[in-house]
Design a protein around this ligand. Structure first.
Ligand SMILES: Cc1cc2nc3c(=O)[nH]c(=O)nc-3n(C[C@H](O)[C@H](O)[C@H](O)COP(=O)(O)OP(=O)(O)OC[C@H]3O[C@@H](n4cnc5c(N)ncnc54)[C@H](O)[C@@H]3O)c2cc1C
Length: 483
């Protein structure tokens, strides 16, 4: 099957009944639920881009198994050119969502492409697991499926020093093995895009401090979101059901986050990619290099997000007439710096990419991982800069309805600036508020701080991969040390 259209994606969601809970009620149809449908439409629009005649060649490539055109984020890159083509594709999607849908389908596609390229890694556990991961990648590529994922065990307590809490009856664990597969039970966070995905992938990058070699908590698998026993519990929706004027981002890009409960869920054997082996589960991201490939997708999102926030800031200062003030330029300069740093790191990761031991072209680890670490502090700062630039204008934001109400003449007269009508000003600042202040915007800040694990874990990861010897040696030589 070639790359899907948006309608085919929506039909796929409808075809699969799933257990999703939102606001105390079971969602009957995720494609029509007011809290979910607009986010779903945004994802559908991404799929439609694959069929835009002007974009088709940049969004898709020829399937190695069918010869049909399939989504480019499924490619296993073998050359730098393929890596760059993949980035162009991911940038198209990221820019279409203003960088506000971090979990667009390419996020998981690049991970599974990396894993299929490194299938021999999974075969180290059991030969059939290597075949399982290869086949699954082909399956999601040929059906153009959307995946969510949940990596983190819900923590019952954070008092356990130095060990991630794997409390029985809370963390996801294998309960038993049967002829048909393994049965899992427990809770995981945080499946972003869960209700509007076709499948959920479950693995774990951080059983690192679990000391046993074999563990019922160590597992990597993927199953349909409608699998019996699987339950998605949504937070409240930040799509408040208002117009795109009132909530320009929330009314479009709600990707939803869920806790996932696994109530004795059967995972068929062909969907198991690793089982029991703590070392292999822990090492998956680094050894297969899927960590760098997903960081490459994140870098594209960061570039799009930086560009968008910078564009909003520039329009804000133009509208308010304060663009020429030195402290405004200082703040805008900082936003420009983040934007250029993101682009530079992404480019460096491609320029210094190398074929890895699996024969996959891997983005250079340091620059590409830096984009993730930097954004945990850069993005909150970017939002702070918007707040500093906008001040009370964030509060001078009547709703669309007010423009048709009795105070419309006053609004039109007093809210206009030298460069913008009242409507233009309010529309812009409602957008800025959706970045810098609304529930939708606050969740974006939280997302950038934590989506790729907590900042402490990220910093420790960078410490692990950084080649420290060279700089230590340089300083040692300067100090005249002999060894
Ligand atoms: C909006 C959003 C979307 C997300 N989407 C997904 C998703 O799609 N899929 C997915 O798998 N995950 C997702 N995540 C989850 C994310 O992976 C986790 O939030 C992240 O790994 C941090 O785990 P935690 O939330 O349990 O925080 P914690 O581990 O509790 O960390 C909270 C804070 O406590 C500190 N801390 C924790 N333990 C210690 C300790 N022992 N000593 C000192 N300090 C400590 C941390 O440094 C951090 O600052 C998402 C998160 C957010 C916020």
């Amino acid at each position: 099957m070639p790359a899907r259209t948006g309608q085919q994606y929506v039909d796929g969601l409808r075809a699969q009944d799933r257990e999703v809970w939102l606001g105390g009620e079971r969602v009957k149809d995720v494609t029509t639920h007011p809290g979910l449908r607009n986010g779903m439409r945004a994802i559908a629009a991404l799929y439609d881009m694959q069929h835009d005649p002007e974009l088709r060649d940049e969004m898709t490539y020829v399937s190695p198994s069918t010869g049909e055109r399939v989504g480019l984020s499924f490619i296993i890159p073998r050359t730098k050119e393929e890596l760059e083509r993949r980035r162009t594709m991911m940038l198209h999607w990221a820019r279409a969502t203003c960088g506000m849908m971090g979990r667009s389908p390419d996020f998981m596609n690049v991970t599974f492409a990396a894993w299929a390229g490194a299938a021999a890694y999974f075969a180290r556990s059991r030969p059939e697991f290597g075949e399982n991961i290869r086949r699954y990648h082909e399956y999601i590529r040929e059906h153009d499926l959307t995946l969510t994922h949940s990596l983190i065990n819900l923590q019952r307590s954070r008092t356990v020093s130095g060990a991630f809490n794997l409390a029985e009856d809370t963390a996801l664990r294998v309960m038993r093995e049967t002829d048909a597969g393994v049965v899992v039970r427990g809770a995981r966070v945080l499946a972003t895009l869960g209700p509007i995905s076709d499948e959920i992938a479950v693995y774990s990058p951080r059983l690192g401090r679990f000391t046993e070699t074999h563990s019922p908590f160590a597992i990597n698998f993927a199953i349909p979101c409608g699998t019996p026993g699987l339950k998605f519990l949504c937070r409240e929706s930040f799509d408040l059901g208002r117009s795109a004027f009132d909530h320009p981002l929330g009314a479009r890009f709600e990707e939803m986050d869920c806790v996932v409960f696994f109530d004795d869920v059967l995972v068929p054997w062909e969907r198991v990619f690793l089982l029991g082996d703590v070392e292999l589960v822990n090492g998956t991201g680094i050894t297969t290099h899927s960590s760098m490939h997903s960081a490459h997708q994140g870098a594209a999102k960061n570039v799009a997000k930086c560009e968008f926030v910078l564009g909003v800031a520039l329009l804000m200062t133009e509208t308010l007439g304060n663009a020429h003030l030195p402290h405004t330029e200082e703040r805008l300069g900082e936003l420009m710096m983040y934007t250029e740093l993101m682009k530079a790191c992404m480019r460096a990761s491609e320029a210094d990419a190398e074929l890895d031991e699996w024969g996959v072209m891997c983005p250079a680890a340091l620059p590409v991982e830096t984009t993730r670490n930097l954004f945990t502090t850069a993005y909150p700062r970017m939002v702070e800069i918007l707040q500093l630039l906008g001040s009370s204008s964030f509060m001078i934001t009547p709703s669309e309805a007010d423009f048709g109400g009795p105070l419309a003449p006053e609004i039109e007269q007093y809210l206009a600036t030298d460069t913008a009508t009242a409507r233009e000003r309010v529309k812009l600042f409602r957008l800025a508020w959706d970045i810098a202040g609304s529930a939708f915007g606050s969740r974006q800040v939280l997302y950038e701080r934590f989506f790729a694990s907590d900042p402490l874990t990220r910093a420790r990861f960078l410490n692990t991969i950084y080649p420290k010897g060279e700089v230590i040696e340089r300083v040692s030589r300067f100090l005249g040390r002999s060894d």
